[in-house]
Ligand binder design. Structure first.
Ligand SMILES: Nc1ncnc2c1ncn2[C@@H]1O[C@H](COP(=O)(O)OP(=O)(O)OP(=O)(O)O)[C@@H](O)[C@H]1O
Length: 324
């Protein structure tokens, strides 16, 4: 791997709930090189969003705890002071969301908000920041950017707002971009355009990107490496083309065959029977065992570790060879 921009080790996130403590993210490790895209996939509730939020320490402080190592560009985010965190969020690391309304304040123009971010993070003058904001709107392919600079968020279409949010995320020249299903709310053609745009920007700007998606096709399109999450753990990780072509974990295999069957967002995945476990009541062995057609006795008793094999592929399954 080239210079690592992100090094995550043993990341654990616990929430205090009425049912007791639940571990939403369990010993997650991620290595991401400069200019590399990681596609993070898994069913709803598997811990993808919580992982991204943990990387920005955007979790309810009193109701959650984070431990492990999160190094961005060599600095441990979990040890940053409040002041350092304010500079880091939307600075070295930016995030884009499914719904741009979460990123923009409705009472200010888009241009003003992008300029403010440039001024805060890069210390530019007002005029410089506005000129750079204009460049960014052009870069993300917004037509008539001079006019659009003075638009309020609600004056833009969904696809355009999404592009504007990407411009906002790029305002600080981040090293790491976290994208949480940024195209799910868009219709299919706009989705493809936004994904191609992100891919192009990421290559040109050499950013590390974590891209969360339900959609295996999107993951295959955009990712260099893929990590598959199940019940808070990474169960498989490796080069995108290897993992998506020959999965070694039964869960990845199930996700892939459900895509082949044409399951769309919101449809039940018929290739994987049953439901993910309740985090407050986890089975003693492998969390996937109750739904797994390969499961044997050991799977119901012991948790498989994430083992590294050939080509850097990591898999947590006693039956990985059989699946492969
Ligand atoms: N503030 C919270 N308090 C308690 N539990 C939480 C909190 N936020 C998330 N969780 C739990 O953490 C688990 C992981 O949630 P997360 O949102 O990361 O899943 P996800 O994989 O991103 O799903 P989706 O694709 O639906 O966004 C879920 O079981 C969720 O209920």
């Amino acid at each position: 791997m080239n210079t690592p921009v992100l090094n995550v080790r043993d990341l654990v996130v616990e929430f205090k709930t009425e049912d007791g403590a639940v571990t939403a993210v369990n010993k997650v490790g991620i290595q991401l090189g400069q200019g590399e895209v990681l596609g993070l996939i898994g069913e709803s509730g598997s811990g993808k969003s919580v992982t991204l939020r943990a990387l920005l320490r955007l979790l309810p402080e009193r109701k959650s705890s984070i431990s492990g190592i999160v190094e961005v560009d060599g600095r441990n985010v979990l040890e940053m002071s409040d002041k350092e965190l304010r500079a880091y969020r939307g600075g070295e690391t930016s995030m884009i969301f499914q719904e741009p309304a979460t990123a923009f304040d409705p009472v200010y123009t888009v241009g003003f908000q992008i300029s403010e971010s440039i001024r805060n993070h890069l210390g530019a003058s007002r005029a410089e920041a506005r000129a750079r904001a204009l460049e960014l709107l052009k870069l993300v392919g917004i037509p008539s950017p001079e006019t659009r600079l003075d638009n309020y968020p609600h004056e833009m279409s969904g696809g355009m707002r999404q592009r504007a949010m990407i411009a906002l995320a790029l305002a600080s020249s981040p090293k790491l971009l976290l994208a949480d299903e940024p195209t799910t709310a868009l219709d299919a053609t706009v989705q493809i355009q936004v994904i191609l745009l992100l891919r192009e920007l990421q290559r040109d700007l050499r950013m590390g990107v974590i891209f969360v998606t339900h959609d295996i096709g999107v993951a295959a399109e955009i990712s260099d490496q893929v990590a598959v999450m199940y019940a808070g753990r990474i169960v498989e990780n490796g080069k995108a083309r290897d993992v998506l072509k020959t999965p070694h974990h039964p869960y990845t295999e199930g996700l892939l065959s459900s895509t082949v069957h044409g399951a769309k967002k919101g449809e039940t995945i018929d290739a994987i029977p049953g439901m993910p476990p309740n985090l407050a009541d986890m089975p003693p062995g492998c969390a996937f065992a109750p739904r797994c057609r390969y499961a044997t006795e050991i799977c119901h008793q012991e948790k498989p570790e994430l083992e590294t094999g050939a080509n850097g592929r990591r898999v947590a399954c006693f039956h990985a060879l059989e699946v492969a």
